[in-house]
Design a protein around this ligand. Sequence first.
Ligand code: PMV
Length: 354
Amino acid sequence: MRRVFSGFSSSSRAEYRLNVFLAFFLFPHVKEIVASAPGKVILFGEHFVVEGQPAVAAAISLRARVSAKPLESPVIRVTSKNLGLSEAFELGKLEPRSPLYPVAYAASLALREVEAGGGVELLIDSDIAPGAGMGSSAAVAVAAVAAASAAWGHVLPREQVSKLAFEAEKIVHGKPSGIDNTIAAYGGAIAYRKGEGFLKLKVDFSPVALVLADTGKPRRTGELVQKVLNLKAAFPQVLDPLYYAAGRLVVEAAKMMERGDFEAVGTLMNVNHGLLHAIGVSTLEIEQLVYRARQAGALGAKLTGAGGGGFIVALCWREALQSVVQALSELSPRVLTVGIDTEGVKVERIREKS
Ligand code: PMV
C-alpha cells in the first residue's frame, strides 16, 4: 500500500509538531521520503531585486521532486535523473567538483541542522527546465533540504528550508536575491524584498492564464546578474532612476494583481520588459516572442528571470489562451501553459508495502 503524508501546510509551531507526530507515530514502516517544491515565474522586478528593489513572483505548477533515504555511512549520494549524473560526497569533506555539488551542500546543511547520525541518498526528478529562468536550482535545493531532513525524522519549517536552500543558490548563482528559494518554499504569489522578506499576495488568477515560451537558448543567471551590476557601476546616474522606476512599478503591479485589474497588470509587464531591455538582458529571440505574444492578444509579455535567453511569460485572458499558445508555438521550441501552485514545498512519505 502506498500512503502519502503531506507536511508544511502551515509554518506555525503547532502545525510543525503535528507534522512530526503524524510522520513518525502514525506512519511507521516508512520506506522513503519524497519532498517536492515548485518552480517559479518572476512576474515583476528581476535583476532590480538583486540591488534591493521589490519583486513579484508566482509559484508554478511544475515541480522538482527529491526522494531521500537515510544512510548509515557519512555520505551524501546524489543522483539526477534529468542530468543523468550520480555522485557521492563525503560529509565534512564536500568538494565542488560536480553540478550536483550545490544539492549535496544544501543536504549537508540540512543534516547538520537536524543532527543526523549519518548520510543520505537523494534522487532528483524534476519537471522544471534547468537554466531557463523557472527557478529549477532553487526548487531542487528546497526539495533536497526538506527531503534530507525528513529522512532523518524532522519536518523543518519552511523558513528554515528556504534559508538553507539559499546557501546552495549562492553557489549556483553567485549573488542571488533569495526570491527563488522563498517562492519554492512558500508557493502562491509573493512580493519579495531582499533583506526584508516577503508578503503573500491575495490574487485570484482564475480569469487569466500564464503562458511560458522558451527561446531555446540556455544562459547563466550569475553571469547576467554580474553584467547588469557592471552596467550599474559604470553608469550609476543613468541606472539609479531605472531601479527606482522598477521598484515603483512593482508596488503598483502588486496592487493591480490583488485588485484583479489584469489589463493594468499586463500593461505594467510590458513596461517592466522595457526596463529589462534597457539594462541589456533581452535578446532578439526574446523580443520576437514578446512581440508575437502581444500581437496574438496577450495582455502583456516580458522576459522572465535573468534573460539572455530562457523563457518569456505572457499573461492573457483565458479566452485568448489558444491564439497566444498557437502564435508562440510557431517561434518557440517549447510553449507551456502553467497554473499557480499554492502549496510550496511539500513532504510526502511513501510507506513500505504491508
Ligand atoms: O533566471 P532565474 O530563474 O535564475 O532568475 C534570476 C532572477 C534574478 O533577479 C536575475 C536574480 C535573482 O537572484 O533574483
